[in-house]
Design a protein around this ligand. Structure first.
Ligand code: HEM
Length: 568
């Protein structure tokens, strides 16, 4: 009200959030969901010019200058976007101001729960191009033919940091790829290391509780981490990766990616192979020392250094690519090889299973909307396609349930219908799974919703059955029954490849990391380091144990882990 008169109901320039009063045009929206119509190809947006404030982030402005009218979600035009409807200039606000209520209510619901792990991350889009036909080993269409190209979405992440955490921290990094193949989406949800801390999914929640914040102080606590690791000696190989030079990458583009687990490939004749995936950065592997990372973290403008660097280089059109190679193991060798290939704390030695080049992963498009294209991205190891299957790896088996369960909670039961998760190279034909929160498109329309039916609904085709895997043993809760599950031999190999300077850096990193760790845990740690290498153990004992306690005979021993076979 001005002088007792209502304000001019015409929207003012200042009503709009954008400088100059212009509002981004509708054509910045994501392509509509496949069920709701044909998707727009990336980059098919309308006439838009771009400005980059602070050299980061794209804000698009229309070139024709005339903004459209803002609407509520029901499509009705908004009269004022700055002034609430009130009873007089000093009066209380009226509940009949539908726009005020909608605007704030929608704002209150802007965040979906962050991922329980890997909350901090960045994504980009591009393609995978096959350079060597793999049909000898797999019938997966993305690996068959000449120069086959497959659309991909890739999300890089930290394991432990929360969504707002700093990038330049010591942590494992996630490396997830969604391949849009003609037989559906295949997700490879890997890390930047070829191994993991555990060999059984049963221990994953405990690992994460030990690494995330304390339930009382809400602080991260290195003593918790070392307590868990030293009572879980199978973690030592992964711990050395983490504490070694590769523990802090210089950026997402400077790290390698690994499928980590052994997977199964099978060809047209149903012949089975075991396979490990390796993505080698064409940018080279670059890492940060603790000091350099500390300096980056100290600069508030560099909190998101990885996200910034990835976005800017793709925005600038710089090549951002990885070479994919695989290690292939003939099926029967899994049971005789010197290491258990289904134990994700182990690698297959390159000398035994050399890298076979396959193709190239290229990222060339940034997201246009973080919430819709990155936060809503949902990767799941259970998203498999014909030609690619899982192995009996107990961690991988546990992951087959975990991811979609988390996503049903985080994003809802219909999250696979979101454009960023839906298949782009084939159509979903499933009128039997319906309803639930916010189904996209026509929700199956009037088609038959049960099977079997006499109405021509889609049917399963046995040619897509996964190959059978013969069972070898009785059910039971097995621990380290396999002699090949030893915890230390590959940690020793890794330690040896570090060279004397790398080993010295490892010692210093661990010493710094363990500063706040109490003596009994230090003793257990030293006992582990001794088993990796006697000199390493001695060196760590000099630093960590000043009371001359012989850690290997200190009487502090792992608890349950020592039992060999817990089940029958
Ligand atoms: C039993 C072991 C594991 C369990 C139960 C587990 C569970 C989870 C869950 C629940 C999420 C969040 C998913 C979401 O909300 O979208 C997640 C994310 C992730 N996990 Fe695991 N995880 C396990 C082991 C691993 C291993 C061994 C790797 C790598 C080799 C890995 C790589 C990732 C990555 C990269 C993400 C982030 C995916 C994204 O970018 O959205 N996880 N994990």
């Amino acid at each position: 009200m001005k002088n007792g008169k209502p304000l001019d109901p015409t929207p003012k320039v200042a009503d709009s959030y954008a400088p100059g009063g212009v509002t981004p045009p509708d054509d910045r929206r994501l392509p509509p969901n496949r069920m709701g119509g044909a998707p727009r190809p990336p980059g098919a947006d309308g006439p838009i010019t771009a400005e980059k404030p602070n050299g980061f982030g794209k804000h698009a402005w229309p070139t024709d200058g005339k903004p459209g009218t803002l609407t509520l979600r029901n499509g009705a035009p908004v009269g004022s976007n700055e002034h609430s409807l009130t009873a007089g200039p000093f009066g209380p606000a009226l509940v009949e101001d539908a726009w005020l209520l909608e605007k704030n209510a929608h704002f209150n619901r802007e965040r979906v729960p962050e991922r329980v792990v890997h909350a901090k991350g960045a994504a980009a889009f591009g393609y995978f191009e096959l350079e060597h036909d793999m049909s000898k080993y797999t019938k997966a269409k993305l690996f068959n033919g000449e120069r086959t190209k497959t659309e991909v979405a890739v999300r890089f992440s930290h394991v432990i940091a929360e969504s707002g955490g700093a990038d330049a921290y010591r942590d494992l990094r996630g490396f997830s790829i969604k391949f849009h193949t003609p037989d559906g989406n295949w997700d490879l949800v890997g890390n930047n290391t070829p191994v993991f801390f555990l060999r059984d999914a049963m221990k994953f929640p405990d690992l994460i509780h030990a690494l995330k914040r304390d339930p009382q102080t809400h602080l991260r606590d290195n003593a918790k981490q070392w307590d868990f690791w030293t009572l879980s000696p199978e973690s030592i190989h992964q711990v050395l990766w983490l504490m070694g030079d590769r523990g802090i990458p210089a950026g997402y583009e400077y790290m390698n990616g690994y499928g980590s687990h052994t997977f199964m490939w099978y060809n047209d004749a149903n012949e089975k192979y075991w396979v490990k995936f390796h993505f080698h950065s064409e940018q080279g592997v670059k890492t940060l020392s603790d000091d350099a990372a500390g300096q980056i973290r100290a600069d508030e403008a560099k909190l998101d250094s990885y996200t910034q660097s990835l976005f800017n280089r793709i925005d600038a059109g710089e090549t951002t690519a990885w070479k994919l190679s695989v290690q292939v193991m003939p099926f029967d060798e899994a049971f005789t090889y010197k290491y258990d290939p289904f134990d994700v704390t182990k690698v297959l030695l390159h000398a035994d299973y050399p890298l076979i080049p396959v193709g190239r992963l290229v990222l060339d498009r940034n997201p246009t909307n973080y919430a819709a294209e990155v936060e809503a991205l949902a990767f799941a190891p259970s998203n498999l396609v014909p030609g690619i299957h899982v192995s009996p790896d107990k961690v991988l088996q546990g992951r087959l349930f975990g991811y979609q369960d988390a996503q049903r909670y985080r994003l809802g039961g219909n999250h696979q219908q979101l454009y960023v998760n839906a298949p782009h190279a084939t159509k979903v034909d499933n009128p039997y799974e319906r309803d639930g929160g916010m189904p996209a498109g026509d929700n199956g329309g009037a088609r038959v919703n049960y099977a079997p039916n006499s109405h021509g609904g889609p049917v399963a085709d046995p040619k897509y059955l996964e190959p059978a895997l013969a069972l070898r043993d009785a059910t039971g809760r097995y621990a380290q029954t396999d002699r090949r599950n030893d915890d230390y031999s590959q940690a020793t190999l890794l330690y040896k490849t570090m060279g004397s300077e790398g080993q010295e850096r490892l010692v210093r990193t661990i010493a710094t990391h363990m500063q706040t760790v109490p003596p009994p845990i230090r003793e257990r740690a030293v006992a582990m380091f001794e088993k990796v290498d006697a000199t390493f153990g001695r060196r760590m004992a000099e630093i960590l144990l000043d009371d001359g306690v012989d850690a290997s005979t200190s009487g502090i021993r792992p608890t349950e882990h020592a039992a060999n076979l817990i089940g029958p």
